[in-house]
Design a protein around this ligand. Sequence first.
Ligand code: NOJ
Ligand code: CA
Length: 556
Amino acid sequence: MPAGFSSDQAGAQWWRDAVIYQVYVRSFADANGDGIGDLAGVRARLPYLRELGVDALWFSPWYPSPMADSGYDVADYRSIDPAFGTLAEAESLITAALEMGIRTIVDVVPNHVSDQHAWFQAARAAAPGSPARARFWFHPGTGEAGELPPNGWRSIFGGPAWTRLKNDDGSSGEWYLHLFAPEQPDLNWDHPDVRHEHEDVLRFWFDRQVAGIRIDSAALLVKDSSLAEEDSDRPGEHPFTDRDELHAIYRSWRVVADSYPEPRVLVGELWLPDAQRFARYLRPDELHTAFNFDFLACPWEPGRLRASIETTLAVHAPVAAPATWVLSNHDVTRPVTRYGRLNSAFSFESKREGTPTDLALGRRRARAAALLAMALPGSVYVYQGEELGLPEVEDIPAARRQDPMYFRSNGVDPGRDGCRVPLPWSGTEPPYGFSPPNSRSKPWLEQPGNWSELTATAQESHADSFLGLYRAAIRIRHDEASLGGGALQWLPSDPMVIAFVRGADFGCVVNFGPEPVALPAGAQVLLTSIDVDDECLPSDGAAWLRLPRPVEKESR
Ligand code: NOJ
Ligand code: CA
């Protein structure tokens, strides 16, 4: 049992109402001045994370990688990329965080490996039909000379999902499947080696005190081996998404996770439109939780948000899994920018830059959204920089961009670099303390020149800053017994207002309308996202309240 934690049931269920902070190492803090964030940088900033009050850190992939997809192309699952540090540093970081009461979650990427991974290197060197190739999806092409891909599946990053190999003699060979970039060949989960290897990787990290894993692309692992085309939308019939055989994989992972004195936690990255299908992964012997992307993708609109909350809670209840509330991550437009747009919904298909954006409006809404998310039942994810209110950076020069989404769409899709810009810590100009003074290299992505007021240091001393709001909200969330798990009851309200009670008397009110609304009579204000005058909550504001009892709740 790690230092500082008991094995009692409450400790073992920590994930049910935790605040989990996503560390995107490359952009968090650079200790050695090469312009790339590293583990020593995270280590030095642990006091900041403790002060923020988070329960756990989720590290995006930190493994050796050629970085064709920023680490989601893993060359070796049991080590650390030299740009970030060493395995010994990772181990001592995990321990140091635990000593501060902060658990660690690592990112496991089971759908694919890097094309530099030993298995793929062996596969490409081996002959068609060989055992080394059977761990991947190698197929002859179609067309007269095999010049066409095996089928019409499309890569999620754009373009065909198949790439043809060259044989040693220069002739064209077999095709292999990659649902993402060509540098990310898909593993064949029908192969026993693939299953054993991943269970072993889980144990490798769980043995190093890691409290859980985030499972990348969790709905994609299993493929229809007949390579049927993508022409069915019926649940479970898509050739590579949400196939029923996935559940057996996660059941076997759950056995591994449950074999530890403090059971390890499995968190799924599941982008699925059907909430019922999503919840099947959260049955008691499968994953513990999964990211709630439906809530993230909602526009700033009370009807849509309330419906999303209701559906989320309704589908989680029968499987007894806690909901999760996510406003951002390293793949999506930063909330301050998203909510400042006329169309404030998120989708990869519609993601574009240069859309008119009212950042002041976006900031107001993102602050209110944070109080909304943190008052809901379940756990909360905070992506680094969200607590600073960073906007999306939309003017990164083409030559500096890194994301394959940008390149594979020929620049039509701006990609995800804009939410991955290195954090501003202090000072009035780049690198804002991200790298040490007089570093030899600039940050790997340029930071805007106008971020001096967004640095952690600039915000630290202002209670009404973004950071001040996040700190206060997380503190209240921890102290308030009725937050975290437990029921939610809606309060009767105007359709442009979302209002609910947690426990006996904790109230949350969010005003989406253009006019201020009166707060419930007799309520004591605990925290607001915006200045409140005369007990009126302004447009796009949220308030946490201690309600007078008895509270009139909506009957349903
Ligand atoms: C989801 C990750 O969050 C994203 O960043 C990555 O590109 C894909 N999975 C592929 O691994
Ligand atoms: Ca560095």
